[in-house]
Write a protein that binds this ligand. Structure first.
Ligand code: 13P
Length: 250
């Protein structure tokens, strides 16, 4: 059995955050300065704050990520952002395939895979999201749905270290409802098997859980053997709550 990878706690700010909110990132940076042995930390602010956040975190071990990228390097794509631009602004990760983009922007697995490829080409690491809706779970299709999303959205031949997969059941996002630890363990075990079948180096791929993670449920959801960390939405916006979640790994 391969050694468990270092845990990862990532914050997805979604469409939240103005310049004044960079102060939260500074609090997180200062609180974690010199804290060896904790989890890896990534913050994915909106694109407008990436360069400033990266500057704030330069020299710290907090990495900055984007929330989406376009598959092309450049061109006539009004409003879009290339992976190279995220990298240029100081990001080292990017989220692709978040359910809000799949739902609100009609993103298919093929498109998500192309975005993941673009991210790797630009030297970014990829946080690939998968997760079933409530109706899909109720119909007993959750494993099929996440397996199809995973297999359809993976970039070809990622190095294990360049890929993170986040299991985010859609019905748990922003609702305060979470799966049971048993359900999370089961789905993560299933995803781990699927990854191993597809990628030889997948033992380095970290499998995050996301969906209503808060300081008061973090310990029971994140310390399962099959879980390597968390992707946090609402609770990542305030430094104190985010730090309390990260502290469960100390
Ligand atoms: P919440 O933590 O707000 O439920 O959001 C989870 C999420 O979508 C992170 O990407």
């Amino acid at each position: 059995m391969a050694e468990k990878p270092r845990p990862l706690v990532a914050g997805n700010w979604k469409m939240n955050g103005l310049t004044a909110d960079l102060a939260e990132i500074a609090v997180i940076r200062d609180a974690l300065a010199g804290a060896l042995g904790g989890p890896d930390i990534i913050i994915c602010p909106p694109a407008t704050l990436i360069a400033a956040a990266a500057q704030l975190c330069a020299g710290s071990f907090i990495a900055i990520g984007g929330q989406d990228c376009h598959p092309e390097r450049r061109g006539a794509y009004t409003g879009d952002i290339a992976a190279e631009m995220l990298r240029d602004a100081g990001a080292s990760y990017v989220i692709v395939g978040h359910s809000e983009r799949r739902r609100d922007h009609g993103e298919s697995d093929v498109l998500v895979s192309a975005k993941a490829e673009a991210a790797l080409r630009a030297g970014l690491k990829v946080i690939l999201c998968v997760g079933e809706t409530e109706a899909e779970r109720a119909a007993g299709h959750a494993p099929d749905v996440v397996a199809r999303q995973l297999e359809g959205s993976l970039p070809s031949a990622p190095h294990g270290d360049s890929l993170v997969v986040a299991y985010e059941p859609v019905w748990a996002i922003g609702t305060g409802v979470t799966p049971t630890p048993n359900d999370v363990a089961e789905m993560h075990g299933f995803l781990r098997q699927r990854l191993a079948a597809r990628l030889p180096e997948s033992s380095d791929v970290r499998l995050l859980y996301g969906g209503s993670v808060k300081a008061d449920n973090a310990a029971e959801l994140l310390h399962l053997p099959a879980v390597d960390g968390a992707l946090i939405g609402g609770a990542s916006l305030k430094a104190a709550e985010f730090l309390a979640i990260a502290a469960t790994y100390r």
